[in-house]
Design a protein around this ligand. Sequence first.
Ligand SMILES: NC(=O)c1ccc[n+]([C@@H]2O[C@H](COP(=O)([O-])OP(=O)(O)OC[C@H]3O[C@@H](n4cnc5c(N)ncnc54)[C@H](O)[C@@H]3O)[C@@H](O)[C@H]2O)c1
Length: 259
Amino acid sequence: MRVKNKTVVVTGGGSGIGRALCQAFAAEGARGVVVSDIDGDRAAQVAADIGGLAVAADVAVEADVQRLVAEARAAYGAIDLFCCNAGIATEGSFEVPDDQWHRIMQVNFMAHVYAARAVLPEMLERGDGGFLVTSSAAGLLTQIGSAPYAVTKHAAVAFAEWLSVTHGDQGLEVFCLCPQGVRTAMMAQFEDESAIGDYLAKVAVEPEDVAAAVIEAMAEGHFLVLPHPEVADFFQRKANDYDRWLGGMRRFQQSLGKG
Ligand SMILES: NC(=O)c1ccc[n+]([C@@H]2O[C@H](COP(=O)([O-])OP(=O)(O)OC[C@H]3O[C@@H](n4cnc5c(N)ncnc54)[C@H](O)[C@@H]3O)[C@@H](O)[C@H]2O)c1
């Protein structure tokens, strides 16, 4: 898939990876880039920079996602690529309070279901469309120090995988973005709050590198987008010997001082 002359929607587009995606899609010659964010001012700033349309929306609210899709269609016609990129991080274990579990489930997972309901019927009818889910390496491996982040990012991978298996032969192209550290506001939060923060910062890439990896993977038709190629090795090690991988992760956690 190439975005030249296409209409693209990006959630969480006001900052970090989402902003870099909007800028890269505009640079690739997208016909319309819809920059959506819960923070309307940030979305407006990015949209102004690239000549796109800003739509303030909370992806955890299905009515907001439907309104976002309606406004995007009203401005540019059919949506060719929808990027479910907005996400949040919550540190902690099973002790994290229910309201925080619910919020992260809504933003990191149910938002993708809402987006699918809003855009996929039309794409499947046309027999053409793209759907990108920003998960994380935590969705393939785990997130040391954060059960809610690990669980919701696994759910995001599972949903993207399911969509690809179920609708990949009907003209739908599904992409699943799984970076490790990326230098964004979220990265700064990991550095402040999480034992894994220093490691993530060490291996971190720039949001622009992630956007370039997305453009390349889409052009080559790869489901999995891995801006950190070593994640493919870690994922393979997990599949090859799960028990050994778990032991290795425990040792890694201890080395971070959270064992
Ligand atoms: N930065 C990393 O190291 C990293 C690594 C792997 C995956 N990710 C994922 O990348 C995605 C983007 O994160 P980022 O690093 O660019 O962070 P970021 O904080 O810079 O950007 C996230 C954007 O999402 C918006 N947002 C938050 N909740 C929202 C909601 N309910 N509705 C709409 N917008 C909302 C925020 O306002 C913000 O503009 C997230 O899904 C994150 O989990 C980030």
